[in-house]
Design a protein. Structure first.
Length: 415
């Protein structure tokens, strides 16, 4: 088949959550199909790195956007019923590029990852279309409203309500809608749009995130995640305030490594606390994971799957997470990872793994085994293939383009 994939972030290199899922989908499709990718880049560096996608697709359309312009587009939507956040992903250049691709090629399937770019192809008819929401973004904004001070909380709640209405509207313009987890799928189903829906999980590269034969530091705890992301910031600020001091009371030598790109000043200031290191961006997170006795992810705001949890479990590092974040992982609390919410309970779970090597080893082995059996990309893609078959089989194929296809790789940049 000829497939057009539209993504909200240029899916290469797959170094962050918003890129990992679409990259693995595209790589899988490329093995059997002719795949065209259309997406955005936000810097010359991202554009340069993104050209590596050429080895995983037939062609791609790359449109450059500039953040100040995108922020202005968001602000312009504030007094309208349209979600402001979608403006951050709006690009006339990308719209023109997609229209050109639709005119030049006859696609058998259009696949969209993330509702924020679904509007580019929402009006296309005659071609089977799948909208992969991944996470239901509206619910994330509504969660933010619970943690933001007044009057910011009102703005976040309004944006969440706008997004929910937009998600329902967009879903009705597609033949099939998907999500990342059962919980996200349940939210999607609750919209009662009448559109077929399903879910397929995120996977993890268990070869890349393989356990190390070297030992770990019994006093080291790690947190892995981008530190320009509010849920990660809130998590670490709270952990350092409410949990880490309890751990240090019993283990004065305990250390915490906060590993992730673009930490805010508030996060950098955590590095002044005894035992806390804030690394900023690192070329490879695996050494930090593998030296850890425990990886913590006690997030209070979490939608979909936290890839950081999958990667730690695949690497044979035990995870202590929250009940909120645990819902995105196909694993059993107390068997494959530990789940705790209250500060005292989180501290006790972490200390138990630091102080009991046998319990740590047992949880590490069980966690990795679960990743191999339930979060392998090949298993997830088998499920995705069945979703594609179901979508394509829903109606007869009708072409949307007239002209021929040259079948060559293209690298186009528009700004």
């Amino acid at each position: 088949m000829k497939i057009l994939c539209v993504c909200h972030r240029f899916p290469f290199p797959p170094k962050r959550g918003g890129k990992i899922r679409p990259f693995n989908i595209i790589r899988h499709l490329h093995a059997s199909h002719d795949v065209t990718v259309a997406s955005l880049v936000r810097s010359p560096e991202e554009a340069t790195e993104g050209r590596g996608l050429a080895g995983h697709c037939a062609r791609y359309e790359m449109a450059r956007v500039h953040n100040p312009v995108q922020v202005a587009r968001m602000v312009a939507r504030l007094p309208t019923p349209a979600p402001s956040s979608v403006g951050f992903f709006d690009s006339p250049a990308l719209a023109r590029g997609i229209q050109r691709l639709l005119a030049e090629h006859v696609f058998d399937l259009i696949f969209v990852h993330c509702s924020s770019v679904a509007h580019y192809v929402a009006s296309v008819s005659g071609t089977p279309k799948i909208l992969d929401f991944g996470d239901m973004d509206s619910q994330k904004w509504l969660e933010y409203a619970r943690f933001k001070p007044f009057p910011l909380s009102l703005g976040y709640r309004l944006e969440g309500m706008k997004l929910a209405a937009e998600e329902k509207r967009l879903a009705r313009r597609f033949d099939m809608c998907t999500a990342t987890t059962r919980a996200e799928w349940a939210t999607l189903e609750s919209y009662a749009t009448g559109v077929a829906s399903d879910w397929f999980p995120n996977g993890v590269d268990s070869d890349y995130f393989a356990p190390s034969a070297e030992g770990y530091d019994t006093d080291t705890i790690s947190f892995i995640g981008r530190m320009d992301y509010y849920p990660n910031q809130e998590c670490m600020l709270r952990f350092c305030r409410d949990v880490f001091p309890r751990i240090r009371e019993r283990r004065p030598g305990a250390k915490l490594s906060i590993v992730g790109a673009d930490p805010t000043p508030a996060i950098r200031h955590l590095g002044a606390l005894p035992g806390v290191t804030v690394t900023g961006s690192v070329p490879d997170v695996r050494p930090f994971l593998r030296e850890s006795a425990v990886m913590v992810a006690p997030l209070r705001i979490a939608r979909g799957t936290q890839n950081k949890i999958l990667e730690a479990m695949a690497a044979g590092v035990p995870v202590v997470t929250s009940s909120t974040a645990a819902g995105g992982v196909d694993a059993v609390a107390g068997v494959h990872f530990l789940v705790a919410d209250a500060p005292a309970d989180v501290a006790e779970a972490v200390l138990g793994l630091m102080e009991r090597p046998d319990a740590r080893r047992h949880l590490a082995e069980a966690g990795r085994a679960r990743m191999l059996s339930h979060h392998a990309w090949d298993h997830s893609m088998q499920r995705f293939d069945r979703i594609i078959e179901r979508c394509v089989g829903m109606r007869p194929r009708v072409g949307v383009a007239q002209s021929g296809d040259q079948g060559v790789s293209m690298d186009r940049m528009a700004s």
